[in-house]
Design a protein around this ligand. Structure first.
Ligand SMILES: [Zn+2]
Length: 90
């Protein structure tokens, strides 16, 4: 790319002659992933229930919302994933 182009050319696109500028946005997303509760710790084994993603078991703000609708484990047993999503804002 020629260095004479303004930097914003990287983010803009032209549509019917109108300059449309798109902004790249970053958003931090928090997701509770697979359940890691060991259901057989008392037997000295490591057995998880295989639940792949935390789903709130009730309305937000209620105690039920902290328990998984699928496996009924507390949210803390689910793997906490934080990642940044990048998207263009029009
Ligand atoms: Zn579970």
């Amino acid at each position: 790319m020629p260095s004479s182009l303004p930097l914003r050319a990287n983010f803009g696109c032209s549509y019917r002659g109108i300059k449309v500028e798109r902004k790249l946005k970053n958003e931090l997303v928090t997701v509770y992933g697979d359940c890691m509760k060991n259901h057989a710790a008392h037997m000295g084994l490591n057995v998880v229930d295989g639940c792949g993603e935390f789903m709130p078991g009730g309305e937000e703000g209620t105690p039920e919302a902290l328990n998984c609708a699928a496996c009924e484990c507390h949210r803390n047993f689910h793997r906490l994933c934080r990642y940044v999503v990048q998207y263009y804002e029009y």
